[in-house]
Design a protein around this ligand. Structure first.
Ligand SMILES: Cc1cc2nc3c(=O)[nH]c(=O)nc-3n(C[C@H](O)[C@H](O)[C@H](O)COP(=O)(O)OP(=O)(O)OC[C@H]3O[C@@H](n4cnc5c(N)ncnc54)[C@H](O)[C@@H]3O)c2cc1C
Length: 443
């Protein structure tokens, strides 16, 4: 029997805990979490704020009680202050000041990430909101009850910023999204796709202020204005959504860190310290598109890495398959999906990459309910290996992305996709499937 301690019990930590508790009952399992809740699905934050779901109840899938029923000891609101990696002890402090000192045989770090807050004037003004925790969403929703909050500025046009822009618009607010680059979702899509989302946001009344760098926030106690290098925007509320950084303070000076401060882990989720694993947003992932370690903070990666670490910590050696950074977004019914490298990213990293593009109706023309669909497959012109895929449609074409994720993971060539057996049924697609057509267009 081993004593396994998990620090952090959100998505990654909960996945690790459940895997150990369900499969390895012989181990003693303890977890510490600084927060008062477990397993909050941040992905539901915009849906809750935008009133697309009636409340937050369904946004949790685990509790201290559920995990304790399975045999773990869970300390909530008990941040771990210090870890003695040599003596293998964890030191934590409870909400009431109680000090805990627990030995471990194996340690799983699942301390996640924290929002990046630019160090600018006015960042501490009232109604400058972060978006990460359940409590953050709760606070925003409470404040929105104040009718005087009319203008909302979202700083950051990544997927969280764009989702929140829709949410605030659905609440009847005037919304501006500011980003220092010239488009939205820049990390995941090429311009040919981001332009579609830009138009869609504008069509739905969102003001876009791209290519602008936020310099300061102005106001008297409460925020009133966002000042950029090119203009000034009225703001009764400002949402800071410029990204997250790994929360790795507990390993500083002991565990090897990636360039952004994440714990570097191997495919077993092991850190540079023996018997210490790291999972989720605090750790690197193995990125199959570059055949190297990378940082891609997603709940999907958190859950998988938690499962891998749990088996390894419990004594069964398994390896992560690596990731492709597969992601999706759905804004007022416009769906965009991507996996792997964009053409721009692939070329920037020195790959002789090219793209096969195709645009068509999703279903045969005789189908009266039909939607357009757009696809790009990025591949290496020298090796022919598929590097990435992007898709956009009003139709739900999301399941197709998984095939590309597997293709990238398994290093399938574009030529293998050309005559791949893809089913046809008019309710879903055309006999000349858009994936086939895109692949066939590859030179
Ligand atoms: C608004 C929003 C929308 C998102 N949408 C999606 C989506 O649609 N799809 C997707 O895949 N991902 C999405 N994500 C990302 C996803 O939420 C994160 O990748 C995921 O939360 C990472 O899980 P984690 O357990 O690694 O870390 P976290 O969720 O950051 O949890 C870390 C936990 O560690 C605890 N902790 C930290 N330090 C200590 C300490 N010293 N002692 C004790 N406990 C500690 C914290 O209290 C916390 O509970 C979204 C994120 C946000 C904010």
């Amino acid at each position: 029997m081993s004593k396994i301690i998990v620090i952090g019990a959100n998505h990654a930590g909960t996945a690790a805990l459940n895997t150990i508790l369900d499969n390895y009952k012989e181990h003693e399992v303890t977890a510490f979490d600084a927060n008062s809740n477990i397993s909050f699905l941040g992905c539901g934050m915009a849906l809750w704020i935008g009133r697309q779901i009636s409340g937050p109840e369904g946004l949790f899938y685990s509790t201290k009680e559920k995990l304790e029923e399975k045999g773990a000891k869970i300390y909530m609101e008990t941040p771990v202050d210090y870890i003695d990696y040599e003596k293998k002890y964890v030191y934590a402090t409870g909400k009431d000041g109680t000090k805990y000192q627990e030995p471990f045989d194996k340690l799983i770090l699942a301390t996640g990430s924290v929002p990046i807050v630019p160090n600018i004037e006015g960042k501490d003004l009232e109604n400058v909101q972060l978006v990460k925790l359940y409590q953050n969403a709760q606070e925003v929703i409470e404040k929105l009850k104040d009718e005087s909050i009319r203008d909302v500025v979202v700083v950051g046009a990544g997927y969280i910023g764009v989702e929140l822009a829709e949410a605030f618009k659905r609440c009847g607010k005037s919304v501006t999204v500011i980003d220092c680059v010239d488009t939205c979702l820049a990390g995941y899509y090429d311009t040919e796709f981001t332009e579609g989302m830009k138009k869609h946001l504008e069509k739905n009344g969102v003001t876009l202020a791209f290519n602008e760098m936020v310099q300061k926030l102005e106001g008297n106690k409460k925020v009133e204005r966002v000042v950029t290098d090119k203009g000034s925007y009225k703001a009764d509320m400002v949402i800071m959504a410029i990204g997250f950084k790994p929360n790795t303070k507990l390993g500083e000076g002991n565990i090897n860190l990636f360039r952004n401060g994440a714990f570097i882990v191997n495919k077993h989720q092991e850190t540079s310290v023996p018997d210490v694993y790291a999972i989720g947003d605090c750790a690197t992932v193995y990125d199959n598109t570059i055949d190297d370690y990378n940082y891609i903070a997603l709940a999907s990666n958190a859950v998988r890495s938690g499962i891998v670490a749990a088996h390894n910590a419990a004594g069964i050696s398994i390896e992560s398959a690596g990731v492709q950074g597969s992601n999706g977004i759905s804004i007022w019914g416009y769906n965009m999906l991507s996996t792997g490298l964009t053409l721009a990213k692939a070329r920037k990293s020195g790959i002789n990459a090219v793209a096969a593009d195709f645009e068509d109706l999703q279903k045969p023309a005789f189908m009266e309910k039909n939607n357009s669909v757009k696809i790009r497959i990025v591949y290496d012109a020298d090796t022919r290996i598929v590097l990435g895929a992007q898709m956009a449609s009003d139709y739900d074409i999301s399941m197709g992305l998984h095939m590309f994720s597997l293709a990238i993971q398994e290093k399938v060539t574009i030529d293998k996709l050309k005559l791949l057996d893809l089913f046809f049924l008019p309710h879903f697609n055309q006999p000349y499937n858009y994936i086939t057509m895109a692949a066939l267009s590859a030179v």
